[in-house]
Design a protein around this ligand. Structure first.
Ligand code: ADP
Ligand code: MG
Length: 434
């Protein structure tokens, strides 16, 4: 028998007003349904609108068009049956573990005794027994996130929303918490019916989800839906697990490269001054170019293969490969990374020559870096405050993304010696304007 969905999004779009009055379309034409007993993954790059969609579902923001229904009723504000776990834990530092958890119920005018029973049950369930009177600062990151889970579970939500809940944790802690969560879910011990998990990590999505919705960017939209029918508990080393990770991976890169015919703008993404830049080290960029240039790859490598050769996760390699593509040191197609002529030249050059090649590409293909350089060139002082560029970026993106983007521009600009940046007085300058 087909059950009716817990949640339904129909043609949902979301746009934000930019300071200049124009609109930034962040989500377009979203259609999805969430059914009972499923963990549904929203998988996509940073900036593809995953958190925005989650906020719409949580009733924290309103769509610009389309409708969202929870149990057949339009969502208007936070619904009692929907709770959220945040990446940043979002705990109150001045409240104890118990108080942080109980807080979720105090808004509900529930008898004190019941608040107590439920809060203690949630704390116990998630493995925090004995930590009731501890303060967040006394807990490790993993334990803090357990409090985040307990606070969401204590309200017995029908739908649990999780926004990259493991991504602020170290690798081992994250894996322990994932496993504990999946165990509780499999045993039906959590008072929830459905889960939506936002992630940018392909492996995490394949490990945890029954269905994965793959997001594309600019504007955020659903590119495809992938059913994961591998039995739980899943083994990352299982060949069918690897195969699925690779398939999704290839699909995500193919979509990216598949727009090549549309033109250069699309083929080499990330070309606006307001594009979010990934904070990838120049060591990694150089290392990957060297590895792909060398035998046995000789300029073209299957990314999953080279990831395993370099002992990196494919998710770690992804932003590095994308940055090479953005800088036009490489092309990405169907999971293959192919170095361009300049990419090969870089790999075979000595450091000084490398810096020259890098500078040329940085200023030609990363508008933000070209902009910083231009501002410094034009000013008599040849210097400029960091805050000036942050303000400009925040017209296009949120605070965190702006900070990350500028950090990337600083790293790359330093390597190329396109400009200098002083961490103490927060100023950019032309190092030695000769
Ligand atoms: P994701 O979670 O997939 O990384 P987000 O939903 O956080 O993506 O952001 C998608 C896009 O929407 C980004 O370009 C971001 O800068 C923009 N955005 C998000 N929230 C706002 C807001 N309140 N005002 C303006 N732009 C926003
Ligand atoms: Mg997000």
């Amino acid at each position: 028998m087909m059950t009716s969905p817990l949640l339904q999004c129909s043609d949902v779009s979301k746009a934000f007003a930019k300071p200049d009055g124009s609109e930034l379309l962040v989500l377009e034409g979203m259609n999805l349904s969430i059914y009972e007993a499923q963990i549904v993954g929203l998988l996509g790059r940073s900036g593809s609108g995953k958190s925005t969609l989650l906020r719409l579902i949580a009733g924290l923001a309103e769509p610009s068009a389309g409708r969202l229904d929870y149990l057949g009723q339009p969502i208007a504000g936070p619904a009692a049956g929907i709770a959220m776990v945040f990446q940043s834990f979002a705990l109150f530092p001045w409240l104890t573990v118990y108080e942080n958890v109980a807080l979720g119920l105090q808004a509900q005018r529930m008898p004190k005794a019941e608040i107590r029973t439920r809060s203690l049950a949630a704390i116990d369930l998630i493995g925090l027994d004995g930590f009731e009177s501890a303060y967040p600062r006394e807990l490790s990151g993993g334990m803090r996130q357990r409090v985040g889970f307990a606070r969401a579970l204590v309200v017995h939500p029908n739908i649990l929303l999780m926004d990259e809940p493991f991504s602020a944790l170290d690798v081992l802690t994250a894996e322990t918490l994932r496993t504990d969560f999946l165990d509780l879910w499999a045993e039906g011990r959590m008072p929830i019916k459905g889960v939506i998990l936002v992630t940018h990590n392909i492996e995490e999505a394949v490990l945890m989800c029954d269905r994965i919705l793959v997001f594309g960017s600019n504007p955020g939209r659903i590119l495809s839906e992938i059913k994961v029918s591998l039995p739980q508990p899943r083994n990352r080393l299982d060949p069918s697990f690897r195969e699925l990770v690779e398939r999704i991976y290839v699909e995500m890169t193919a979509r990216h490269a598949g727009t090549a015919a549309v033109g250069r703008q699309e083929r080499f993404p990330g070309l606006g001054i307001g594009s979010v830049l990934p904070e990838v080290s120049t060591n990694l960029l150089a290392g990957l170019m060297e590895a792909v240039a060398a035998a046995p790859f000789n300029g073209t490598a299957d990314l999953p293969k080279i990831a395993s050769d370099l002992q990196m996760e494919i998710d770690e390699l992804f932003p590095v490969a994308e940055t090479l593509q953005m800088l036009r040191f490489a092309e990405l197609e169907r999971g293959d990374l192919k170095l361009t002529d300049d990419g090969l030249a870089f790999a075979h050059a000595a450091l000084d020559e490398r810096k020259r090649i890098f500078m040329r590409h940085l200023l030609a293909y990363v508008p933000l870096c070209a902009h910083i350089r231009r501002v410094l060139d034009e000013r008599a002082s040849h210097s400029a405050r960091k805050s000036r560029f942050i303000d400009e970026l925040e017209d296009f993106m949120n605070e965190d993304a702006a900070a990350q983007t500028l950090r990337a521009a600083i790293r790359w600009g330093r390597y190329a010696e396109a400009y200098a940046y002083d961490d103490e007085n927060l100023m950019f300058s032309l190092e030695d304007p000769t």
